[in-house]
Write a protein that binds this ligand. Structure first.
Ligand code: DC
Length: 203
């Protein structure tokens, strides 16, 4: 069975949680594609050339705990504007999307570029204020000291870079269903996503 759920949206909108929950509920494989860009960004921060870094990417690199830091997030959104870097990551993401048994991928361009033929396309979003608040809380929990104002500024800068870039910008696919999690508890957002997917399966 080939069944792809494409989930796009800005940082801290809840797409990671929704993706994991869908993968677990429907027994699908899951790929957080942001980790690919974060792993390349982390190597660039350490002095590597972006193209060399992306060509030498190893599955183990996606497990590093440091990939969640704000510095790596910023570096990821910078390498993500590079056509060569994006092209290198295409084949891997496309074959994951169409793997037997089905898959959930979350990122910025899954429904538009990686898998336009996905059976389900969701665009998960929330207001910048709400997302910055969530990201600040997440960072606080892992011991990162950063002001709420700085987190909001980082969120807005990353949104602008991801949405305004020339190649594969973050934009809802034409036929994507939008889930706005600004006023939803995460459990409600997950329930809404499960209902959407279930309806497609029953068609
Ligand atoms: O989802 P994330 O916050 O982990 O993603 C980190 C950065 O990677 C994000 O700012 C933009 C980039 N990215 C992308 O350009 N395309 C994707 N499919 C996933 C992430």
């Amino acid at each position: 069975m080939r069944f792809t759920i494409a989930i796009d949206g800005p940082a801290a909108a809840g797409k990671g949680t929704i993706s994991k929950a869908l993968a677990s509920h429907f027994s699908l494989a899951h790929l957080d594609t942001g980790l690919l860009y974060r792993a390349v960004g982390a190597q660039v921060l350490a002095g590597a050339d972006p193209l060399v870094a992306v060509k030498s990417l190893h599955p183990e690199d996606l497990k590093a705990s440091t990939l969640r830091s704000p510095e790596v997030a910023l570096a990821a959104s910078k390498v993500a504007v590079l056509a060569d870097v994006r092209n290198e990551l295409l084949a891997l993401q496309r074959s994951f999307a169409r793997r037997l048994g089905g898959a959930v991928l979350d990122g910025r361009d899954i429904g538009t570029v990686i898998c336009p033929e996905a059976e389900v396309k969701l665009f998960v979003t929330a207001s910048a204020m709400v997302r910055a608040g969530r990201r600040h809380e997440e960072l606080r929990r892992i011991g990162t000291v950063i002001s709420p104002e700085q987190v909001l500024a980082d969120v807005l800068a990353r949104d602008a870079r991801d949405a305004d870039r020339a190649i594969a910008p973050m934009v809802p696919a034409e036929n994507a269903l939008v889930i706005d999690t600004s006023k939803l508890a995460i459990g409600e957002a997950v329930a809404e996503a499960i209902t959407i997917v279930q309806k497609v399966i029953e068609l």
